[in-house]
Structures are given as C-alpha cells and as structure tokens.
Ligand binder design. Structure first.
Ligand code: SF4
Length: 413
C-alpha cells in the first residue's frame, strides 16, 4: 500500500483529506473547508482542548492545554513556534502536513497565538519541499500575527525544543541544558510554546469542528514501515487502534515484532499485536508512542540487528555535548553490533542491562533515553535471540545487513 489513508469514521474530519490537486492545498481550498474562521473566544477553544485531553504529537505526549496555560500566564509576551523538524527517520507525518496542508498548520499556529497572546510566530523546518509550500502559504495567509519561517539543518536532535529555540535565536540546532525550559525562557528569553505541527493541525480541526473534538484529539497520524518489500504508508487512526490492525493495513501481516515511536519507544516482540495506539497503555507496557511511527520486523529480520542499527543511528546523531551520551550510546551500539557478529561474551547481557539502566535522564535531550529503551526492551522481549548469537550470527546478521539507520528512512508519500 502506498499513499495516505484515514481510518477515522466517515464525517470525523480526518486530517488526511487530500488536497483537490497534487501539491499543497491553496488558500481558496483551505477556506472552503471552514479554515481561518475568526478566533472568537480563544479561552473556550483552550477549555475544549483541555477537556478532550489533546496531547502533543512531537513525542513526549504532554497535555497541550497545560503547555499553553504555562506560556499564557507567564509575565512576558510569549512566542509560538510550529515545530516541523522531523528528526525521527521513520516518520513522515510532519513533512506530509507541511507539504500538502500548510494552511492547516498555519491556522493552528495563529489559534495557538490567540490562546497564548503571542505576537511572534515561527515555523521551524528543514525539508525543502515543505519550506516552499509553507512560504507560499505564509505569503497568502490572511491571519495575524506575522509568521516567520526559520530553516534548520536536519538531524535527529534538531527538533528537540531547546534546540529549536537555540536555532531561532541564531545558534546551532543543538539541545541546551534544562531548566530553563522554553515555556519559562525560550526565543529571545520570552516564554515560548514549541508545538509539533500535527498538534497545531489538530487544534485547527477542533476549532472548525468542535463537535468532533474528542475524536480529533484522540486520533494519530501513524507512519508504517518495515521490510518485506512494502512501501511506507501514512495512516490517520483512531485512539486505541490495535497495532495488529495497522500492521495488516500496511502490508506487514507477517510481522513478528515492532519498533515503536520511531527510535524512541522500544522494541516489542510476542504480544505486540495486542498493544493499542495509546500513550498511557504503551507507557504502562514499558514503551512509548513517541511520534507515532511504527517499524515492523518480519520473520527474516533479526531483532538484535535492528536494535544495533537503531542504536548506531542514535549514536551517530548524538550532538556530542554530554559525555554520558557520547560514550554510553556508542557503547550500546558497539556492543550490540558485536553481538550480531557472534562476538558477545558471557557478561555482555549484564553489561547491556546495566548501561540501559544508567543512561536514561543523563543527557540534555532524550537521545540516550531512546537508545537505552531499545536495549532494555530487546533484553526483555528477545533474551533468547541474544543468547543464540553467542554461538554464531543468525542468517540475517550473517548476510551483513547494514547496521545503520538507513533501513528506517522513509520517503514522504
Ligand atoms: S544527550 Fe546526546 S544528543 Fe542530547 S544534547 Fe546531549 S550529547 Fe547531544
């Protein structure tokens, strides 16, 4: 399957209604959907967002209304940023939205500005086609306040919220130590709401269709990818959809495991089919939904090799600012790669478990946490596969599939 698809019931105003022609939806097309309606009573919209429990779609899943209130109630004039820098290699949703529905994102941005009282707005991105679409949309956007577009270089950490602030302020797109967090002191020192572009798109849809606010807030854009010759797909799915349904939909019916949340949410084996698309339930299972990207592993895949590739990608994208991240993430990746080569010793598993327990929370951003979660879940769900590699590499590892992030990179449909 290719392209985009909505699993939302008919009439639920999915985000994935395609533009009436190829490319980006223009202003006339967006206005025809009811977009850019006057933002009357932003307090009521904020109440609605809080009541339906809209959560951020960038990865952490933080309640959006809480973030908005923190910025709105600060003592200085705030700033709002639409964060379109999609660092997860297996996710395409943000670039898809910016390339094809830029006005939907800009509408959400101006509504966020209205709710926070912000006078300055930014769109932050690296994708060239998305930037062209957004600049065209900004030029014809009828909304206040004025919107500035900031280009960044693409990397795994460039979309982390403190990296966003640092880049907009003229620096490198690298995370900074916290506190302060952007809602306390962000762009130019002002309290700053950094919101993922899918989050903003959902705010715009909730404003236009308040009766469907619950369904819109609960749905997720999910990027499906994997091996077995299937093309990647983007799906909008209702809250609670079982991952097995999504696997079947994406042509991954034979999958035996799944890597959750891009590289952020861990690796799941037996029992993964019963997991639902739900932040809390995935969290309770030791994982994370992250940006909503799902990468399926088929019988011919080796979970140890996939974990080695994922941690190697993270190690390569370390911003090399925090010693524990530089050494710890590289050590995890190097050790897993050694396991795939049949070079693991008897103490390897204990060493991996110890490092995976020590890394979380030790860096300025969540990159080492992601690497640790992949290793911890590999140890939990695939202990036998690690043991088996002590005797000899498995056929997939013997075939020498690349141990880098190339297998996770997904083209935008
Ligand atoms: S934790 Fe790693 S990736 Fe994040 S800021 Fe520190 S060195 Fe960079």
């Amino acid at each position: 399957m290719t392209g985009v698809l909505s699993l939302l019931p008919e009439g639920r105003h999915g985000l994935l209604r395609p533009p009436p022609y190829g490319g980006a939806e223009d202003l006339a097309g967006y206005l025809a959907t009811g977009g850019y309606a006057p933002p009357a009573e932003p307090g009521r919209l904020l109440d609605r967002i809080g009541a339906v429990g809209l959560r951020g779609r960038g990865g952490a899943g933080f309640p959006v209304a809480v973030k908005i209130l923190a910025v709105r109630d600060a003592s200085a004039p705030p700033v709002v940023v639409a964060n379109g820098e999609e660092g997860e290699p297996g996710s395409v949703k943000d670039r898809w939205l910016l390339r094809h529905r830029p006005h939907l994102v800009l509408d959400g941005l101006r509504l966020a500005a209205a709710m926070t009282g912000a006078a300055r707005c930014f769109v932050y991105l690296s994708d060239t086609l998305a930037e062209q679409a957004v600049r065209r949309a900004v030029a014809e956007c009828p909304a206040d306040p004025r919107i500035e577009v900031v280009h960044t270089r693409h990397s795994y950490v460039a979309g982390e919220e403190t990296a966003v602030v640092r880049r907009i302020d003229g620096g490198q797109p690298l995370p900074t130590a916290k506190p302060p967090r952007p809602f306390e002191a962000g762009v130019g020192g002002a309290p700053t709401l950094v919101a993922n572009v899918e989050t903003l798109a959902r705010i715009a849809v909730i404003q236009a269709h308040p009766g469907d606010a619950g369904a819109v807030a609960g749905a997720h854009l999910v990027t499906l990818s994997g091996t077995a010759g299937t093309a990647a797909a983007l799906v909008e799915a209702p809250a609670g959809t079982h991952l097995k349904v999504l696997a079947d939909l994406g042509g991954h019916g034979t999958a035996e495991a799944v890597l959750l949340g891009g590289l952020f949410g861990g690796l799941y084996g037996p029992g993964w089919t019963d997991l639902p698309l739900d932040h809390d339930r995935l969290g309770a299972a030791g994982g994370a939904l992250g940006c909503g990207a799902l990468h399926f592993l088929h019988p011919e895949d080796c979970p140890v090799a996939v974990a080695a590739a994922a941690t190697a990608h993270l190690a390569a994208h370390s911003a090399r600012q925090c010693g524990v991240c530089v050494s710890g993430t590289a050590a995890l990746a190097g050790t897993l790669t050694a396991v795939t080569r049949g070079e693991a010793g008897h103490a390897t598993t204990d060493r991996l478990r110890r490092w995976a327990g020590q890394l979380p929370g030790r860096g300025a951003c969540g990159l080492p946490d992601a690497a640790a979660r992949i290793v911890a879940t590999l140890l939990t769900h695939f202990p036998d596969r690690i043991d088996a590699h002590r005797r000899a590499p498995c056929p997939a590892c013997e075939a020498g599939r690349p141990h880098d992030g190339s297998r996770f990179t997904v083209p935008v449909p």
